[in-house]
Ligand binder design. Structure first.
Ligand code: NAD
Length: 433
């Protein structure tokens, strides 16, 4: 395995598998992506991309010659130099990661004559690599290498992140397997961290935990700002300029969601607990996040009183902009709480279809969602919301109340448009309350 084009099999045609496969094809490698969902593979073969990720559809179209899709294991593995595992690892009932899809991939591997490397992209508990190594050995696949190459790309910027990574982490049991994974990335600039497999697995979980901790930290500061009259936006700016702290992930809001942070924090918490350690800080981070999503309901109560019969417009459904991923999106908690309180919920999102959200009416524009509403809530900071003519929207509403769950809009502009505005961690506008 060298700098020359390699043959790569990618198991899992989800957010990570498709981005990994398309980006490796762009680097010149020959890639076959395998999934168990026939309709997903059929759509990809027709040229349809089943997820929304900026730049991905173009990348797939441009690399058609080097990128194939299949449901067939043998076809994917056929003389592959690398077998990437990019299947889902959702939480189980206990909060531990569900590794059944990972084991399915390992157990489905056919007898392999030559030498290839199994590369774990899925986020897995520390110790998984060792268990996979044992399983490969038990199956007589001792010559097959193993490396952990965790994924750090963020949905919405995944393609750009892949080609400009902050770092590439490669953990391996044998140096030659790590060397092979590094060689596969030739053409990408970025620091490479080489380590043992357990440390690579922990780097992924710890990086996510650090980011979540910053979010819950600034959200708690925001809550104290609200109680004391400070403005968290200015506070975040003031602390973020400290080089020891830095500005990223200091944006107060209604909490994190998505397919990674909630599940990976639970997995790390359980990993620690299963090893006899009580991870107090992480527990607090998770709890702060849960409460944060619900604070919007309290704000609506303050402005509208009981919510029964009130109409609330949720602007944005995806867990963050530039993705259609709804896994653990705060909008789901908000919609559920509002419906439970008897409110009418209408929602808009530019890419999430939302028709499976029971009880929520879907509107085709922010203006249509807000029409006749008692309040609008900015749930996801889609850039389109900056272009809305809020003065016009306010006039169509029953009461012009705007809760900015992402501190995305300019409070002065929104107030000048006739709204009662309330952000997160900023002095509330209590006119008329
Ligand atoms: N989504 C992200 O931004 C992100 C970022 C970093 C890490 N991760 C991790 O990467 C992994 C994949 O995440 P995702 O968001 O791409 O998941 P996903 O649910 O979007 O995709 C997983 C895919 O794997 C397929 N699959 C299941 N069993 C299979 C098998 N035996 N063979 C082939 N395909 C199979 C599923 O049908 C599905 O299409 C997870 O462990 C996740 O924690 C995700």
């Amino acid at each position: 395995m060298s700098a020359s084009p390699s043959r790569v099999a990618v198991f899992g045609a989800g957010y990570v598998g498709l981005v990994t496969g398309a980006c490796l094809a762009e680097l010149g490698h020959s890639v076959v992506v395998r999934d168990v969902l026939p309709e997903r593979i059929a759509a990809l073969r027709r040229g349809e991309v089943p997820i929304y990720e900026p730049g991905l559809a173009d990348l797939i179209a441009r690399n058609r010659e080097r990128l194939a899709f299949t449901t067939d294991v043998a076809e994917a593995i056929d003389s592959a130099d690398y077998v990437y595992v990019a299947v889902g690892t959702p939480p189980t009932y206990s909060g531990d990661a569900d590794l059944s899809a990972v084991w399915m991939v390992i157990d489905e591997l056919p007898a392999i004559d030559g030498r290839c490397v199994v590369v774990m992209k899925s986020t897995v508990p520390v110790g998984t690599g060792l268990r996979v190594r044992h399983r490969l050995d038990e199956r007589g696949l001792e010559q097959v290498g193993y490396a952990s190459n965790p994924e750090f790309t963020a949905e919405g910027t995944a393609v750009a992140d892949f080609f400009r990574p902050d770092r590439i982490v490669v953990g391996s049991f044998r140096d030659e397997d790590g060397d092979a994974v590094v060689a596969l990335h030739r053409g990408i600039e970025g620091p490479v961290v080489r380590c043992d497999v357990a440390s690579a697995e922990m780097i992924k979980l710890a990086a996510n935990a650090a980011l979540m901790t910053r979010i819950s930290f600034i959200n708690e500061i925001a809550n104290v700002c609200e109680a004391t009259g400070a403005d968290v936006v200015r506070v975040a700016e003031g602390i973020g300029l400290d080089r020891r702290i830095g500005p990223s992930f200091l944006r107060a809001g209604i909490g994190f969601g998505g397919s990674c942070f909630p599940k990976d924090s639970l997995a790390l918490k359980q990993l620690a607990a299963n090893s006899g350690y009580h991870f107090q800080l992480l527990n607090a981070v998770i709890e702060v996040n849960e409460l944060q999503k619900r604070r919007v309901i309290g704000k609506l109560h303050r402005h509208l009183g009981p919510l029964r019969g009130k109409r609330v417009a949720l602007l944005g459904l995806a867990f963050k902009p530039h993705t259609d991923d709804m896994r653990e999106a705060p909008s789901l908690v908000l919609a559920g709480r509002l419906l439970a309180e008897g409110a009418d919920v209408r929602a808009w999102d530019p890419v999430v279809d939302g028709h499976d959200l029971h009880g929520v009416e879907i509107a085709n524009s922010p203006e249509a969602a807000a029409d006749g509403a008692d309040a609008v809530v900015v749930v996801t900071e889609w850039p389109q919301l900056a272009d809305v003519d809020w003065a016009v929207v306010g006039r169509t509403m029953r009461t012009p109340v705007l809760i900015d769950g992402r501190n995305f809009l300019d409070p002065e502009l929104i107030q000048a448009a006739g709204f009662r505005y309330e952000g997160i961690g900023r002095a509330a506008d209590t006119r008329g309350v």
